[in-house]
Design a binder for this molecule. Structure first.
Ligand SMILES: Cc1cc2nc3c(=O)[nH]c(=O)nc-3n(C[C@H](O)[C@H](O)[C@H](O)COP(=O)(O)OP(=O)(O)OC[C@H]3O[C@@H](n4cnc5c(N)ncnc54)[C@H](O)[C@@H]3O)c2cc1C
Length: 291
């Protein structure tokens, strides 16, 4: 299939990109790796009169790990770069793991974590961990810069809280508190290349054997990556035990609102939410013990 004609712009500064976005309006789309966008154009699901490529803007691909400020992933940092970054692997292993479990090596060498979030697929592999860790989107637009909690970022399949004319310049993840551990778990119906049928990100913060804080985020089982708040409540402030973890995992499955589709039935997804939530909590707890 041939793509319809479109303008291609490769601005060299963020200001130029913002100006182009303002000029071209709703007919323009931002292009990072294109691994979602161009596929949609190819299938006729999206008609773009203009593409504004972000990869030529210097500094937008920066990755920074700072023990006080936390982790910053620039908008054009590749999935492959995040997956292999030594400081991310050391301090944010679940973030690196989620990037590494996104698609295949070719896609990870083109696609970005920011593109994964902005595309807003309910199954986006990088969303659950980043939401669970209290990540924020750094957005720049006509009114200046703002930060938006990723918990508030997703509005529905393909829909985000970004306003027209805004560009995500980075994702910021705060330094996890002392005693925190994070895990990402996922399952795909057709192995490595397929998107997740279910995915779970969890962060727990421990004090001795008491769970002070728990955040559980489920992917591919609702219109957006969703917090399993009742499951979190069952863990918060309680002694850690296998029974409490099983109880929370069952509650997460009850909260999930999956649909049946080509990848999995709703019933299977619910069962997998319980399994993956338990695994995510156990791994997060084990990691918390090491910090
Ligand atoms: C074969 C294949 C396998 C895949 N497997 C997986 C998988 O296993 N898991 C998974 O989660 N995804 C998967 N994907 C989807 C895709 O690869 C990822 O979502 C990827 O991270 C998208 O990043 P990108 O840079 O290519 O985004 P693009 O396609 O460039 O952009 C995606 C959307 O985000 C917008 N956008 C991009 N950057 C910005 C920005 N900085 N500010 C504002 N808006 C922006 C674009 O306008 C577009 O609407 C797969 C895709 C393919 C083709």
């Amino acid at each position: 299939m041939r793509l319809p004609k479109f303008e291609y712009h490769a601005p060299e500064t963020l200001d130029a990109a913002l100006q182009l976005l303002a000029e071209k309006g709703a007919d323009a789309h931002l292009l990072a790796g294109g691994t979602d966008l161009v596929v949609k154009m190819n299938h006729g699901m999206l008609k773009a009169k203009a593409l504004i490529a972000l990869k030529g803007i210097p500094g937008l691909n920066t990755i920074e790990v700072d023990s006080k400020k936390g982790l910053t992933i620039g908008a054009t940092a590749l999935l492959a770069e995040v997956a292999a970054h030594p400081d991310i692997l050391r301090d944010y292993p679940a973030v690196a793991y989620a990037a590494n479990k996104t698609a295949n090596v070719q896609i990870r060498n083109m696609g970005t974590v920011a593109g994964n979030l902005c595309n807003a697929a309910p199954s986006a592999d990088n969303a659950p961990t980043l939401v669970a860790m209290g990540g924020e989107a750094v957005l720049v637009g006509p009114k200046g810069e703002r930060r938006l909690s990723l918990d508030q970022f997703f509005k529905g399949p393909g829909q985000t809280a970004m306003e027209p004319g805004e560009i995500m310049t980075a994702i910021h993840v705060p330094t996890p508190p002392r005693g925190a551990g994070v895990s990402y778990q996922h399952i795909s119906a057709r192995g490595k290349v397929d998107i997740s049928a279910v995915c779970v990100g969890a962060m727990v913060t421990m004090e001795e054997n008491v769970c002070r804080e728990a955040v559980v985020v489920l992917g591919a089982v609702a219109a957006i990556p969703m917090r399993a708040r009742k499951a979190e409540d069952l863990l918060r402030g309680r002694e850690w035990s296998a029974a409490h973890v099983r109880e929370a995992a069952a509650e997460a499955a009850a909260e999930a609102r999956p649909i049946s589709d080509v990848r999995a039935s709703a019933e299977y997804r619910k069962q997998m939410v319980a399994v993956l939530t338990r695994r995510a909590l156990e791994e997060a707890r084990a990691r918390a013990a090491k910090r």
